[in-house]
Design a protein around this ligand. Structure first.
Ligand SMILES: [Zn+2]
Length: 302
């Protein structure tokens, strides 16, 4: 962002959280985001209530685009995003003022990002970004936050649930392995059931929760590999039994030739386990981050 724009935002009494500046001009709530991929552009984000006069705003934005004041604009349901050109023909201060005046004139109001409320709006920040919320939604989110903090973490029962889930999921892996397949679908079943078991035991999904689930998934993967080995053993050895297999295990794992012959299969298994689990793990990391977003404070604009 250019120094000129920063000065303008400071003059307008905007507040900065992370790469986002938030502020109010004539009752209109603006978010100005420093575009990380451009030296001379920034994004202006508006959350607007439905209004029959919106075409007036779009006419104005079309004009601004023709005169290179802005590079582009888009709207997704009620959120309008304008890409402002910092080397264009107008200053950020003038442009924001012009938009605020127009919205005021045609009586378009800002809207809560979570509901259709247009009254009692404020920005709330978690330190890295801001959300435009009405008082009711903010109270709801903050209450949810309090409840999550008060609820016990349940790491131990969560881990037990996750481990049981992962072992149940590993049945799919063993079944496919017994049929001679190594498939990422087995790993997907393991990770899905691990997180399912964890949430059934009401384990708190935060960084610790993610690590506990990954431990379960790895243990279940090792168990599944061992179980597939048992199936192979039963196929090869006449009169084989589980107790015989268990008795043989230490002998097998001391044999370097056996270890060497195992490695390619094991490496493939590990690769597929990674491919099959990564989507579920990523999804749960995203959920864990969302919980952290609830730790937020109202941005005081006056
Ligand atoms: Zn709301």
């Amino acid at each position: 962002m250019k120094q000129e724009s920063i000065s303008a935002l400071e003059t307008l009494k905007f507040k900065q959280t992370g790469i986002t500046w938030v502020g109010k001009i004539q009752g209109i709530m603006f978010q100005v985001v420093d575009k990380q991929d451009s030296e001379t552009e920034l994004s202006i984000v508006l959350s607007l209530a439905p209004n029959e006069n919106k075409s007036r705003l779009f006419q104005e934005l079309d004009k601004a685009q023709t005169s290179t004041e802005i590079t582009a604009y888009s709207f997704d349901s009620d959120v309008v995003t304008v890409t402002f050109n910092e080397s264009g023909t107008t200053s950020l201060e003038n442009f924001l003022g012009k938009i605020a005046e127009l919205l005021d004139e045609v009586q378009i109001k800002c809207r809560c990002s979570q509901c259709s409320n247009t009254e009692n709006l404020a920005f709330y920040s978690n330190g890295s970004g801001s959300l435009l919320l009405c008082g009711e939604c903010a109270a709801k989110i903050q209450q949810k936050n309090q409840e999550e903090l008060k609820a016990p973490a349940n790491y131990v029962p969560g881990f037990v649930g996750s481990l049981i889930g992962a072992l149940v999921g590993s049945a799919v892996w063993v079944l496919l392995g017994a049929l001679g397949f190594i498939a990422s679908i087995g790993a997907a079943a393991i990770s899905f059931c691990a997180f399912k078991g964890y949430s059934m035991m009401k384990g708190r999904l935060d960084k610790t929760g993610i690590v506990l689930n990954i431990i379960s998934i790895v243990l279940a993967f090792l168990f599944a590999q061992y179980a597939v080995l048992f199936v192979e053993f039963m196929k090869e050895v006449k009169d084989g039994s589980l107790s015989l297999f268990l008795a043989y295990t230490p002998v097998l794992f001391k044999d370097p030739e056996f270890i060497k012959s195992m490695l390619p299969d094991f490496a493939f298994g590990l690769l597929f386990a990674f491919l099959g689990s990564s989507a579920t793990i990523r999804e749960n990391i995203r959920k864990a981050r969302q919980v952290e977003v609830f730790h937020m404070e109202k941005v005081n604009l006056d």
